[in-house]
Design a binder for this molecule. Sequence first.
Ligand SMILES: Cc1cc2nc3c(=O)[nH]c(=O)nc-3n(C[C@H](O)[C@H](O)[C@H](O)COP(=O)(O)OP(=O)(O)OC[C@H]3O[C@@H](n4cnc5c(N)ncnc54)[C@H](O)[C@@H]3O)c2cc1C
Length: 448
Amino acid sequence: MLDIAVVGSGMSGSAVAAELERAGRDYVMLEAGVDRGRAHTAADPRSADLVDPARDPSFIPFLTRPGTVYGPLSGYRERLGGRSLYWRGICIRVEDQALADWPAEVRHALLGAAGTPGLYDEIEALLREWSDGAPLTRARTATEKEMTGELGRLGYPAVPTPRAVRDLGEGRWDAYSPIAALPASRFLTGHRVSAVRELPGGGFSLALQGGERPALVARRVVLCAGTLGNIALVDGLLHGTANGLAPRRYSIVDHTACGLLAVDPHGTHEAMDSSVHAGFHPSARSNLIVERRREGAGVLLDAWAMGEQPPEAASTVLAGDDMEITLEPAAEAVLSDVREQQRCLMGGLAAGLGLPVWREERYVSYEEAAARAADRPGTAVFYDAAIGELDHECTGLELGGEHVDTRGLLRSSPGVLLAGPCLFPRAGAANPSLTTLALARYVVQRMD
Ligand SMILES: Cc1cc2nc3c(=O)[nH]c(=O)nc-3n(C[C@H](O)[C@H](O)[C@H](O)COP(=O)(O)OP(=O)(O)OC[C@H]3O[C@@H](n4cnc5c(N)ncnc54)[C@H](O)[C@@H]3O)c2cc1C
């Protein structure tokens, strides 16, 4: 019997596999998508096409019938490496206010104690080492240095955005992905795990679709199929599939963002984008990121406040034969308060930068704002990113929650472990991947 089966090869699956490699464990990683190479998309000349879900052949929507939240552009990049080959490398720790709601054991492991580094320190050191020893907050462009100074003078606690990226020249770059260094002999691509069943004598049988092997038996299973994929597989294990029962409910959250775009048609910029983290703002429960990049013959300023979908306004996943995601009207009211606070933050930034503002009360997409900003150079045009649009779906199978214990084991079947943003007890405002990488190490260290 195989010792460990890892289901999914994206950010969490490849991070778990990297930790298993480090620990010298025996495992196989099963991935539904095909192998399209392991280079990060930003290093590929077709980068713009690949990042756009509408043009990426690997894009698969999460839901068979997309809803008003998690619409047709919310989904997986179904290929070896998953979304770890698309992320922008932004590495921000979950803020203390949100970590306070995590179980003490996990919080202490992440943060460490006096004199002992925590998992956040360890993963940041690993990422530093990967990017040639330079700090994650080093300024990568002269503009980044200038922007940090400019925002500092306006009162923002600004640092170059912590990113696990490397400049490859001519505007190309890559971000860290654990998939790059794993031995190919460990992957089984084109094999979707459709169900996991506990065997009476011990171990688990995994039903496979799409490939040559119809099934696989393993002593331990680590589910890394993304937040919604993990919920579907756990729900199948707990309740069976296609059983005609009423759908079961899980709560998930994402991030919500308001941003502004302003075009400077005469500006000049280096080939690589510049990005500054202008602090966490408790009033808007958001991190403020300010970026400048080349756009046509000029420069585009793109700044956004990205914040927590508050736990009291979580989305409901209805797991059953056909998964659905809904948002209660009360949750929408809470979210519109967050959006209002985010817009105040963006209004303050525009005023500080001396930019007139164009905004509407209704939802304005990034694409619409980009077209308006191009028509009105020098004006800050506001845009929105709604729930399901940011690829940050989290929680649902929280560490220390109803289904999963504080070590990441499924309570009803402790031979099944979970990894990924689904484990977050509370998301906070931070981008999830630094914490996802840290929790992969946490889970593997506690695995027998
Ligand atoms: C354009 C973009 C930019 C981003 N930028 C950032 C950033 O700067 N910072 C940050 O922190 N985060 C960022 N993210 C988000 C980050 O990439 C995700 O949070 C992260 O990849 C989620 O990891 P995961 O392992 O849960 O899911 P994924 O990376 O999506 O991996 C899941 C994998 O499981 C496979 N799978 C699913 N179901 C099955 C099954 N049943 N059987 C077998 N395989 C299965 C999928 O094909 C996929 O490969 C970004 C995402 C995108 C798309």
